[in-house]
Design a protein around this ligand. Structure first.
Ligand code: ATP
Ligand code: MG
Length: 709
């Protein structure tokens, strides 16, 4: 390999790249080129002949980030051959190693990856006599995962839960029992079932306990690199230590202020203590932000500037290097739907003005928030892909595709030679053609979305066949299952919808941070019922999530929130407390961007009493200002409320979920005569279908009563 051109690096980055083999630590904020630095360092060490490419193991935390690393290494000339740098997640690296070493270490006992932990935890909960509803099992699973990542054994769980202030859903001793039962259930007569953490544990143990295994491994891998090191768990660190043995050829990069996985047991302590552990380490700090405009960088600095605690003490002020750009925008909406629709409309505008769909992201705190955006984008025919959620693999067409592939895999009328490599791609295409894969892109947003998913599966198969030429249908199915578990969907062309957690390390030209309300970011469980802080450390992690979000944007950044969920639920929400001091409220209201409206000013509704423009969704619904006297028919309102109460009891739901009190008031004021008029009052399609006839009947009977001659 020819020498690597280091002119694309600044002096500090170059210092980290040129440092001799041995411990190197890059501690720096978002967008300062940490990931760039490690890829250049690897390429430089290889080009200078200091290490062979296939002796380098680079690890990170998500499959997506590992893919990003491989991509960047490829552009530096590494990655064309099989004997190249391994860039993997901890789990993928451990899985490979374990497959190789298992016979030496365990011998005959067969093992396989556990497809899903959920049913086993449910069974364990049953055995111990704890409730095994979905939510409880998820909570128990979270605790077991945390304990394993933190290297806490079942018998130590109860004590550790107390010292670590775990907010446990059940008494800690009982959770310890479920954990123990879970571990024993994985030993079955057919062999061992291993979960993701077991892979790491067994890998570490094999290297720690079997000198021959350790020697062979350490002969093979000599140089280790870790990206996003602030999010390493004690278990992953143990694996890393086992890989290294007595050696210190380790480069780590990270940003303690982007620690966002503490809840899984991750800790920035290893990053922050690196130079204490390796006193002769080269430590580099980077401050120049190459990713974002000075406007975005300024907001990022202010977000993290308000952080408190030990981690916050390590932050560095970022200095923006890019040209000036637009100011970040802040926008408040009455209802969630209005927020989602406006975001979709703005995305349409960006696309129309030439921004590529792949350069736009909508980021949110929890995966459930994606739904409103999926709908709003679909309505406008804008393709999107979901990251981080189980989204992709749960789409009906993808599930259907997997079923088709299972059928193909089960066929025994095909010779083996026609089931691998390039032939596999043809087989997959044929299978997917049966469920609607066409050569040409179909019309219609729904059809296109479905088609895009199937195309993505074909492309993924091609990629996998490239990596493993012997791949057969069964292997492909295993790979898809592993990716579904690791939440690593294939790339689909389109706008990205992603949780903040899964956006780490990535960047887009335009970023929409949505749903920024108290109770969503920060998430509700770090707060008490009255809004006071329940867990200060967890609150700081929520603030770091906002910092991660802000720092994903290169140019356009828009932060928004809605004051109610809408859909009958009119509970008021507050803007996220993290935005206090950031929203330019002292400046004219126009700085708070008004929602874009298709018809301009003329489309804005006015009060039917005083004629003034109506701004918030509640008055739009009532068609009058909240303070202008309305004249509801009080008897009718009473009748509607009685009906709603009975209906709610009958369906066993919250009455507010049927129709909100403002909607009832609007009906009692405006006496709609048909479904269209009801719809104009904001009664959605499904509610019209469910309740429209009944509501109209109540109005009619009231009218008959009033107008009797
Ligand atoms: P994060 O903390 O979000 O993971 P990072 O520190 O890893 O960020 P990178 O992703 O490596 O940052 O770099 C951010 C962007 O800046 C990338 O687009 C990268 O190509 C670019 N970049 C990094 N260093 C330089 C440089 N010296 N000159 C020009 N561009 C750079
Ligand atoms: Mg990075």
């Amino acid at each position: 390999m020819t020498a690597v051109d280091l002119s694309a690096l600044d002096p500090e980055q170059a210092a980290a790249v040129r440092a001799p083999r041995g411990p190197v630590c890059v501690l720096a904020g978002a967008g300062t080129g940490k990931t760039r630095t490690i890829t250049y360092r690897i390429a430089h060490l290889v080009a200078a002949g200091q290490v062979r490419a296939d002796q380098v193991l680079a690890v990170t935390f998500t499959a997506r980030a590992a893919g990003e690393l491989r991509g960047r290494l490829r552009t530096l000339g590494l990655g064309e051959t099989a004997n190249t740098v391994q860039a993997r997640t901890f789990h993928a690296a451990a899985l490979r190693q374990l497959r190789y070493f298992w016979p030496q270490v365990v011998g005959e006992v067969p093992w396989r990856m556990l497809d899903s932990k959920f049913p086993v935890v449910a069974q364990a909960a049953n055995r111990v006599g704890l409730a095994s509803g979905t939510e409880s099992v998820k909570d128990l699973l979270g605790e077991i995962e945390w304990a394993k990542s933190a290297l806490i054994a079942p018998e130590d769980y109860a004590t550790a839960a107390v010292t670590h202030h775990r907010d446990t859903p059940f008494p800690a001793t009982r959770i310890g029992e479920v954990y123990a039962a879970y571990e024993s259930l994985k030993t079955t007569p057919e062999g061992l079932l291993l979960d993701f953490d077991d892979l790491l544990l067994h890998t570490a143990a094999a290297l720690e306990d079997y000198p021959a295994v350790a020697d062979e491994f350490r002969e093979r891998y000599r140089c280790f690199v870790v990206d996003e090191y602030q999010d390493v768990t004690p278990l992953q660190q143990r694996v890393l230590d086992a890989w290294l043995g007595e050696r210190d050829d380790l480069t780590v990069v990270g940003d303690a202020n982007q620690t966002i996985y503490s809840f899984t047991g991750a800790t920035p302590a290893y990053l922050l203590d690196f130079s204490r552990r390796y006193p002769d380490a080269t430590v580099v700090r980077l401050e120049r932000d190459y990713r974002s405009t000075p406007q975005v960088v300024d907001l990022a600095n202010r977000v993290i500037g308000m952080a408190k605690g030990r981690i916050a003490g390590t932050r560095l002020q970022l200095i923006g290097q890019r040209d000036e750009g637009p100011d970040p925008e802040f926008a408040e909406y009455g209802e969630l739907r209005a927020e989602a629709e406006d975001v979709a409309q703005r995305i349409e505008g960006l696309l129309a003005s030439g921004t590529a769909a792949a350069e736009i992201a909508v980021l949110y705190r929890i995966n459930a928030q994606s739904e409103a955006y999926e709908q709003a984008l679909t309505e406008r025919g804008i393709a999107y892909q979901i990251r981080g959620g189980e989204g992709f693999f749960q789409r009906p067409e993808v599930r259907q595709a997997v079923q088709e592939l299972r059928k193909t895999s089960a066929r025994d009328d095909l010779p083996d030679s026609s089931r691998t490599g390039k032939q596999l791609v043809t087989l997959v295409k044929a299978a997917l053609a049966r469920i609607g894969l066409t050569a040409a892109e179909p019309a219609g947003a729904q059809a296109r979305q479905r088609w895009e998913s199937l195309v993505a599966l074909v492309r993924l198969t091609e990629e996998l066949v490239d990596q493993h030429p012997g791949l057969d249908p069964a292997g492909l199915l295993r790979e898809l299952a592993a990716r579904a578990e690791a939440r690593h969907p294939p790339t689909v062309q389109g706008v990205t919808l992603a949780s903040l957690h899964s956006a780490k390390g990535l960047e887009w030209d335009a970023v929409f941070l949505v749903g920024l309300t108290d109770g969503t970011l920060p998430i509700t469980y770090v707060l008490n019922g009255d809004g006071s802080v329940a867990d200060q450390a967890a609150l700081e992690e929520e603030r770091r999530l906002l910092y991660v979000g802000v720092t994903r944007a290169r140019i356009h950044l828009r932060l928004s929130w809605a004051l109610s969920r809408g859909d009958g639920d009119r509970r008021n929400r507050r803007r996220s407390r993290f935005l206090t001091g950031l929203v330019p409220e002292e400046s004219p209201a126009s700085r708070i961007a008004a929602p874009a409206r298709p018809g301009g000013e003329a489309a804005r509704p006015v009060c039917r009493v005083c004629g003034r423009a109506l701004l918030d969704s509640e008055s739009v619904l009532l068609r009058r200002c909240k303070n202008c006297a309305g004249a509801p028919d009080l008897e009718l309102l009473g009748a509607l409320q009685d009906w709603r109460r009975e209906k709610a009891a009958e369906l066993a739901v919250d009455p507010r979920g049927i129709l909100g009190v403002n909607t009832l008031t609007a009906i009692a004021e405006q006496l709609p005569e048909d479904e269209a008029e009801l719809a104009a009052l904001g009664v959605g399609e499904s509610k019209l279908r469910q309740y429209g006839a009944e509501v109209l009947a109540i109005i009619r009977s009231r009218r008959r009563a009033t107008f009797r001659p």
